[in-house]
Design a protein. Structure first.
Length: 328
């Protein structure tokens, strides 16, 4: 099927994300559920996806419409003193990555408030470390920089996204927090781009760190927010293929190792399964499950967290990685 330039623009440049009408209908079921439980108007979530031109070499950042922008809450209880800011560097990086990591941390320590306010100005209520990485020139300067330096700016980007989240949930209009969950390449960012248009805060991540992400849920609840966790399942091998294709087409630098890819898929399933039991009787926490197999999403159940086969998954992905690179 020939794909016109206008279609590519509307769907963010991804031929494999062109949605058929039946996919739109299936997704609408999910959004109606969100509306019923958390009073999110599904009519504010427009499908198909329309992305901003915020990634790619030479990209210009575009402020999202319909979400809050500007400085974050400035009360003393939400502001950290600069001398209290601690970022633990990653280890086992190459010498050049160590230099980039040290530079990004130094830049952030120099003026953390500027990074936080700039994040909200550009990305609004869609919170995630991939967005935050865009704030660091060592990453966003070029295609080559994106491929080389995503890991090097990971800790700085993670601090920005987590701090934006912690401050945002303390603001008066913060009522609903939606967490995406699922391994890399499962389609989370595609859903997040829609959900952030609704009247809610979207934290876009793999949700694969049971302790860390569980703590974020607790913070949202302590801030008197309602919480929705949307788990998106896609076969890890199909998701890995999509991840490599996305990195090549988008030049976003979000490349990932087979081991890390496997860990995000297994970890996301484990975290969601655990938290669904922990909050089973909490009316302020809701879970939704989406089966995103073959880019034909449909509403699923908690059983999706047990659907993946994670036995020797890293080895299987490594074999697939070799096969895919031999084809290029």
């Amino acid at each position: 099927m020939a794909i016109g330039h206008e279609s590519l623009r509307r769907y963010g440049g991804y031929p494999d994300l062109l949605m058929k009408e039946h996919r739109r209908r299936n997704l609408s079921l999910v959004f109606r559920d969100l509306h019923g439980d958390l009073q999110i108007d599904p009519l504010t979530i427009e499908l198909p996806i329309v992305t901003t031109n915020k990634r790619g070499p030479g990209a210009t950042s575009t402020v999202r419409k319909g979400v809050r922008h500007g400085a974050l809450a400035s009360s003393a209880c939400t502001r950290r003193e600069v001398n209290e800011l601690r970022i633990e560097p990653l280890k086992n990086l190459s010498p050049e990555e160590c230099k980039v990591q040290a530079r990004s941390i130094r830049q952030l320590l120099g003026n953390p408030e500027a990074y936080l306010d700039r994040y909200v100005e550009i990305f609004g209520n869609e919170i995630g470390s991939d967005n935050a990485a865009e704030l660091f020139p060592d990453y966003s300067a070029s295609r080559e920089a994106r491929r080389a330096n995503r890991i090097a700016v990971a800790r700085s980007a993670a601090w920005v996204s987590h701090e934006v989240f912690r401050r945002r949930i303390l603001e008066r209009d913060a009522q609903v927090v939606l967490f995406t969950a699922g391994g890399t390449g499962s389609g989370k960012s595609t859903f997040a781009a829609n959900l952030c248009k609704a009247d809610c805060i979207v934290f876009d991540s793999t949700f694969s760190d049971t302790a860390g992400h569980g703590a974020l849920v607790e913070e949202a609840l302590k801030a008197q927010c309602k919480v929705m966790i949307v788990y998106i399942f896609r076969d890890p091998l199909a998701a890995y293929t999509a991840t490599l294709k996305r990195a090549a087409e988008e030049a976003c630098g979000r490349t990932i190792t087979p081991r890390t890819h496997a860990r995000t898929h297994e970890g996301a399933a484990r975290t969601v399964k655990y938290l669904s039991g922990r909050y089973a009787d909490n009316p302020k926490v809701a879970f939704r499950f989406i089966d995103n197999a073959d880019w034909n999403p449909c509403v699923g159940s908690i059983e999706l967290t047990s659907r993946g086969d994670y036995t020797d998954l890293t080895a299987k992905i490594q074999a697939l990685d070799v096969k895919l690179h031999n084809l290029t």
